[in-house]
Design a binder for this molecule. Structure first.
Ligand SMILES: Nc1ncnc2c1ncn2[C@@H]1O[C@H](COP(=O)(O)OP(=O)(O)OP(=O)(O)O)[C@@H](O)[C@H]1O
Length: 284
């Protein structure tokens, strides 16, 4: 990837832009000509019933999945061959479903792992224990601690993830994503597994991030989406069925129909209630 791709195109104010992105898995169209603009300083939500294509869209942005058609632009420049390991250098961070912390590393070490965008020391410097590596390690440690502090979990810096509650681990995972000072944060279902109180705290955290970066939030939990998003894109069967403010999409008949359709499918499936509850349906 050339350095040119890190520069911003002044003619394009959006950080990230997808245009007519199509992804097929065999005969199944997971994304059907999906377009999305992500401006800086805003929280953009991506919602939709199960199987709508949310994770696929997330994976396209991360470079896990290549679209068969359409275009992805970062800072106005086309991204066509990026891989997940390019994200940090581009200024894009992500949290995945679950927490994904390394169980054998302390909380602080887990957060330091996320800082490679600004870590200067290379492998050779580490190997030879050169002074620059020491300096960089100290600076990295301080930045990681500051991130933990800003998320209210600095006191667990020396603990192992297995000793901590799920909610605290989620905050640590967020600290790890933020320690590289990204311009865009992709959050994949951050509310999953959290209590109502923890979700309220998460909403507060996400709103606070807006000053520094753009956020794309893929989420089932509608209260959170409606609470924190500036704009919301609604997918159903891979197509964009609505796009607008939370209030606009909540009242959109196509959105209500898509979620009601899912309720009916869930009721038909009956068995274990593993899908969304009525309280997660917009407008319910
Ligand atoms: N690697 C894959 N191979 C084949 N089909 C896939 C693959 N990944 C996703 N799909 C299919 O693509 C469609 C969209 O899936 P996706 O996971 O993006 O939806 P989603 O909105 O994230 O769903 P959920 O809310 O259940 O996580 C689904 O029908 C899914 O079965």
């Amino acid at each position: 990837m050339s350095e040119e791709s890190l520069a911003t195109d002044p003619a394009d104010p959006d950080l990230l832009r997808l245009r007519d992105v199509t992804v097929r898995f065999g005969g199944l169209v997971a994304l059907d000509a999906v377009s999305l603009s992500v401006p800086p300083g805003r929280v953009t939500g991506v919602i939709g019933p199960n199987g709508a294509g949310k994770t696929t869209l997330f994976n396209v942005v991360c470079g896990f999945v290549r679209p068969q058609a359409g275009e992805l632009r970062w800072r106005g420049r086309v991204l066509s061959r990026h891989r997940p390991h390019d994200l940090a250098r581009l200024g894009i961070a992500r949290t995945l479903q679950g927490v994904g912390l390394f169980p054998g590393l302390t909380v602080l070490e887990n957060v330091m792992v996320g800082a490679d965008r600004h870590a200067r020391a290379g492998f050779l410097a580490d190997l030879l224990a050169l002074p620059r590596a020491d300096r960089d390690e100290r600076a990295l440690r301080e930045r990681a601690l500051a991130r933990l502090e800003s998320l209210g979990v600095a006191e667990v810096a020396d603990r192992l993830p297995g000793e901590l509650s799920y909610g605290v681990c989620k905050r640590v995972a967020l600290a790890r994503a933020l320690v590289g000072d990204p311009d865009l944060l992709l959050l994949d279902e951050p509310a999953a597994g959290l209590s109502a109180g923890e979700i309220a705290e998460l909403a507060e955290l996400i709103r606070g991030l807006r000053d520094d970066l753009a956020v794309v939030l893929v989420e089932h939990h509608m209260d959170l989406v409606m609470d924190v998003c500036d704009r919301v894109l609604v997918l159903d069967f891979g197509k964009v069925i609505a796009h607008g403010t939370p209030a606009e999409v909540r009242d959109d008949p196509a959105v209500v129909a898509a979620y009601l359709g899912e309720e009916v499918r869930d009721a038909d499936a009956e068995a274990g209630g593993t899908r969304q509850s009525a309280s997660e349906v917009p407008g319910a």
